[in-house]
Design a protein around this ligand. Structure first.
Ligand code: KPL
Length: 301
């Protein structure tokens, strides 16, 4: 397929490279005006094997011929990053959007009233030790699913992702895995950002009661939204991610460390807003949301 990837951060670049390995024609759409870039990829092998991949960039002609647009920018960047591409985009082009958190769906449906729109969430792990090097650090489940009528029949897109990087599954209701991931992000991201610690540090006794309270609040909101779960189930999932990614720094930890804006409004902020609709009190998630907003405001007055 002719694919354009918008947002070649670590996860975006990982998918660009994995799809290129499957012989798809992938171009990158970047913030700069370069027409070509080379990325160096460290495979998830021991010893590490490194291969280099050249990508064409920012070609309006390639964008007009694009059959699949994958957007992997941060939640708060999705609309501003997508808007300049709209004049070139074919209405048949399938759009896949992958970011932490929930809350961009209605804006995207408005911006793209005709295109098939798919949302995705992944537990694959990657980071960029340098701006042009991608290190694949962990395997994990990826889920894709339609959020509009036009995308309902497109489960083959999940098969295409699965061939590039397994396991990937098509979901009848993508909001289920999006909420599961939201729960994990509500627990891990703000605490690791506030305390500037690794994910693994959250296993220390001092964080246990806060993690319990976060999971209880999220479970109450999820249940009200129609996704049956319990505090214990969410706690178990959070503990598994804390263990599996013990040496990693969460994305929000890195955003605060590098004085960047975070996705907090789409994570704990989104949770609190949904809780208010159901008249559920979520004081701990509210406090975490406000604490991160305060840290952001010190850098972005
Ligand atoms: O998604 C993540 C993130 O860092 O944003 C987790 C699952 C917390 C892994 O670090």
């Amino acid at each position: 397929m002719n694919i354009t990837l918008l947002g070649a951060g670590a996860i975006g670049a990982l998918w660009a490279i994995k799809l290129t390995q499957q012989q798809h024609k992938v171009q990158l759409w970047t913030r700069h005006s370069e027409t070509q870039t080379t990325l160096h990829f460290n495979e998830l092998t021991t010893p590490i094997t490194t291969n280099s991949y050249s990508f064409s960039c920012n070609s309006p002609d390639d964008l007009a011929a694009c059959e699949l647009l994958i957007i992997t920018v941060k939640a708060f960047q999705v609309t501003t990053a997508l808007t300049p591409l709209l004049p070139y985009l074919n209405t048949d082009c399938v759009v896949v959007i992958m970011h932490n958190g929930i809350g961009t769906q209605s804006q995207i449906k408005q911006l793209l009233p005709h295109n098939p729109i798919i949302y995705a969430t992944t537990s694959q792990a990657a980071f960029k030790p340098t701006p042009t090097t991608i290190q694949h650090t962990g395997l994990g489940q990826t889920s894709l699913g339609a959020i509009n009528q036009q995308a309902q029949p497109l489960s083959y897109i999940a098969a295409l992702f699965n061939a590039a990087l397994a396991p990937t599954q098509w979901q009848a209701n993508i909001y289920q895995p999006l909420w599961q991931k939201l729960a994990i992000n509500c627990a891990i991201n703000p605490l690791t950002a506030i305390h500037q610690c690794t994910n693994g540090d959250l296993a220390l006794p001092c964080y246990q009661s806060q993690l319990d309270s976060i999971c209880l609040e999220v479970a109450q909101v999820m249940t009200a939204e129609g996704f049956l779960t319990t505090q214990q189930q969410l706690r178990h999932q959070v503990d598994n991610v804390i263990k599996a990614t013990a040496n990693n720094y969460s994305s929000m930890n890195r955003d605060i460390f590098h004085h960047r804006l975070t996705e907090i409004d789409y994570i704990n902020g989104y949770l609190v807003q949904q809780a208010q609709r159901h008249n559920i009190d979520t004081p701990i998630n509210y406090q975490l949301w406000q604490a991160i907003k305060h840290m952001e405001s010190l850098e972005h007055a």
